[in-house]
Ligand binder design. Structure first.
Ligand SMILES: *Cc1c(COP(=O)(O)O)cnc(C)c1O
Length: 375
């Protein structure tokens, strides 16, 4: 079976992890600092980075930093559930707004129409790796007295006019899960250029603990003393995993180039085929493509999907609209509220896309898709 996504691990990655295991630090140590500096270099000028244990943790931390509790978070239904569920866990009500028919990204107009006086954050996902209209969402959030959170789980390495994803939003969340653009096995990061948001993010990652005597309420308690000033969790990324991330980041540009080649090969094969719709071509952006979302006739999507799986092609569907999940349905969210996202979902199939996929395997996928569609 050709998987739909997988990590790319080389000898340098293995050496980096082995070296970390032989060092004094397994958990938070010098490699986390080095990884955070390396992510900041990839995320753009002036960024401050908090490495965490997953993309889900990064979103949870971002919502804690954005102080969404008691307010509303406007977001897209065409995403993994964590984009919305972490906001609920942080005490917000989630309001789903529809997506753009062409890109699958949250529609700026739909998000604007969903904003209320209770909106604390607007969270857009760079679906498949294609950056959203960052300036537009930032301006919309600021006009609403809210923050723009960018779920960039798909898009580390993507750039807009040469500027990397990471500086466009008030808070950006990356994921380093193995199928994503680079990996730390499990891992994520929260990125901001704002010192106060950065402070809150770091605090939430580590139980809200304050060790700096000048900031403590009872600094004379003793040399052992540390205080919890805010509620937080343990979302600390281990040094062993940061070592893998540092090594992986060195190949970010190569990863982006190979993903772009595969996307170009797919799109050249499918662009002129009736019944197939290839991913939107980027408008001013240079995406790091995480997914290859092909659209097929909705009434045949399931048959085509099953044909491809039977042919040994590990396809996926990204994503079932978040509010269809029973946990959201049970809160009263109704089907039909975001019809564009629902029709996108109904016709979407994600094809295999990862750095180690060979041209011969890409051609095998192309042949199987054409056979399934014509079949
Ligand atoms: C993968 C993903 C997440 C969650 O990241 P994990 O590292 O798996 O916790 C969140 N949002 C989107 C859009 C994702 O694709």
């Amino acid at each position: 079976m050709i998987p739909y996504g997988r990590q790319s691990i080389d000898d340098a990655d293995l050496d980096a992890v082995a070296e970390a295991l032989r060092s004094d630090w397994l958990t938070t140590g010098p490699r986390v600092d080095e990884f955070e500096r390396a992510v900041a270099a990839a995320a753009g000028a002036g960024t401050r980075v908090t490495a965490v244990t997953s993309g889900t943790a990064a979103l949870h931390v971002a919502y804690a930093a954005a102080r969404v509790a008691g307010g509303e978070v406007v977001t897209t239904p065409l995403t993994f559930a964590a984009t919305a569920s972490t906001a609920v866990l942080q005490g917000a009500d989630v309001v789903f707004a529809d997506v753009d028919e062409d890109t699958g990204n949250l529609s700026l107009e739909a998000a604007a129409a969903a904003v209320t006086s209770r909106t604390r954050a607007i969270t857009a996902v760079d679906y498949a790796g294609l950056p959203v209209d960052q300036a537009g969402f930032r301006a919309l959030a600021e006009s609403a007295g809210a923050l723009f959170v960018e779920d960039a789980a798909h898009s580390i390495g993507s750039t807009v006019g040469g500027v990397p994803v990471g500086t466009g939003a008030h808070l950006t969340a990356f994921s380093f899960f193995p199928t994503k653009n680079l990996t730390t096995a499990e891992g994520g990061a929260v990125v901001t250029t704002d010192p106060e948001l950065d402070r809150r993010a770091r605090s939430f990652r580590n139980h809200g603990l304050v060790r700096d005597k000048s900031l403590q309420r009872w600094p004379d308690e003793g040399p052992w003393h540390q205080e919890v000033h805010e509620f937080g969790l343990n979302y600390r990324l281990p040094d062993v995993l940061a070592a893998l991330g540092i090594s992986q980041l060195r190949r970010l540009a190569a990863f982006k180039a190979r993903r772009a080649e595969i996307v170009a090969r797919y799109s050249a094969a499918f662009a002129s085929v009736d019944d197939l719709r290839v991913p939107a071509s980027p408008d001013g952006a240079e995406p790091m493509w995480h997914l290859y979302p092909l659209r097929v006739p909705a009434e045949r999507r399931r048959a085509i999907f099953e044909h491809l799986r039977a042919a040994g092609i590990g396809v996926q569907v990204n994503y079932i609209p978040v509010y269809w999940h029973p946990v959201f349905a049970d809160l009263g969210y109704q089907r039909g509220q975001c019809p564009v996202a629902e029709s996108y979902y109904a016709s979407e199939i994600s094809l295999p896309l990862y750095v180690g996929l060979t041209d011969a395997e890409v051609d095998r996928v192309i042949d199987a898709v054409l056979a399934a569609v014509r079949g």
